[in-house]
Design a protein around this ligand. Structure first.
Ligand SMILES: Nc1ncnc2c1ncn2[C@@H]1O[C@H](COP(=O)(O)OP(=O)(O)OP(=O)(O)O)[C@@H](O)[C@H]1O
Ligand SMILES: N[C@@H](CCO)C(=O)O
Length: 307
């Protein structure tokens, strides 16, 4: 096999309380990518549809991730990448990460799967660092492993696969403005009060427990973030209104998706998730801000081969 076409899904990082460690994978939005083996060594990016992004492999997260896996594979040939981008860069639903993890997944398939998912995560992180200024895996892991993931540690890299409750649905509203992860990170405090830390790690623990025990009430009570959200919500127009209307419409919890501007809600069942979509629509429809809304199951498979 010399060519592969894949679907690389969007992902939600942080999940309110789990800054830089928790994430989950969506299935109704993502990028298509075609990767071809080439005779010449190295990585080329021949085409990017949808959004204007650098074709220079060293400036594109897909190229940097591809170079990282090539370096480890030590092969005498190379790969060309085509991206059909549907996830807007700077969206908060892992646009850069979808390119990085999609590239390493596809190249690994074309090489005959010499690397495991943890190794692929490490290669993709090299790419993600180009976009956000530092290495983190909370968007990459759910793309490569599927479902909910927890990054237990970056050094040594340890990823935990969490259960994906079947009834859990996500609703995403994406106000069409760009928030760069690097800028949203720069807003965060360097230290946090112990009291806030205690509440936050109690919520991470109870969210994980709720996922294991299918305790939707506990999941709901754990989806809180008193550390990052108060600093970043200023970047997202109508965040408070959207959050409050979505909760009134039955969402289990609502928060900033990744570094924003997308907002995610989790609901029990598709009907509630659609009610939440209506609530988001009601908030943004009378404003000057363009927006997109997605209702999505949690994607337990992650990146998949199309052909
Ligand atoms: N293949 C790529 N896909 C998307 N963005 C890319 C790519 N290559 C480089 N970039 C750059 O990465 C930046 C977007 O990444 P960023 O992490 O800020 O947003 P995101 O991936 O949508 O959000 P988040 O990580 O919060 O979910 C943009 O500056 C963009 O030019
Ligand atoms: N955990 C990251 C995700 C965005 O890439 C952040 O919130 O900055």
């Amino acid at each position: 096999m010399d060519t592969i076409k894949i679907f690389s899904p969007a992902t939600v990082a942080n999940v309110s309380c789990g800054f830089d460690v928790l994430g989950f994978c969506l299935d109704s939005v993502g990028d298509d990518m075609i990767i071809r083996k080439t005779k010449s060594k190295g990585i080329t990016i021949s085409k990017i549809e949808g959004y204007k992004l650098p074709l220079n492999p060293e400036k594109n997260v897909a190229g940097v991730a591809g170079l990282a896996i090539l370096k480890a594979a030590q092969v005498t040939f190379g790969f060309d990448i085509e991206i059909c981008k549907r996830i807007k860069p700077g969206s908060g639903i892992g646009s850069s990460s979808a390119s990085a993890s999609g590239t390493v997944f596809a190249i690994n398939e074309l090489l005959g799967n010499p690397f495991n998912k943890k190794q692929l995560t490490a290669f993709a992180m090299k790419g993600e660092a180009v976009a956000s200024g530092n290495e983190h895996a909370d968007n990459i892991a759910p793309g490569l492993f599927g479902g909910f993931t927890l990054v237990k540690s970056l050094n040594p890299l340890e990823i935990l696969e969490l259960p994906t409750p079947k009834e859990l649905y996500a609703t995403i509203v994406h106000p069409q403005i760009e928030v760069k992860t690097s800028e949203a990170r720069a807003l965060l405090p360097k230290t946090i009060p112990l009291k806030k830390g205690i509440a936050q790690w109690a919520n991470v623990g109870s969210l994980v427990h709720g996922l294991h025990t299918l305790d939707y009430n506990l999941i709901s009570r754990s989806l809180e973030d008193n550390i990052v959200e108060p600093h970043r919500k200023q970047l997202i127009p109508y965040f408070d209104e959207a959050k409050s209307l979505a909760i009134q419409s039955g969402a289990l919890g609502v928060g900033i998706s990744g570094s924003g501007p997308s907002i995610f809600a989790l609901s029990q069942g598709e009907i509630k998730a659609k009610q939440v979509a209506k609530a988001f629509q009601n908030v943004y429809k009378n404003t000057t801000i363009d927006f997109k809304i997605y209702v999505s199951k949690i994607n337990s498979q992650g990146i998949k081969t199309i052909s």
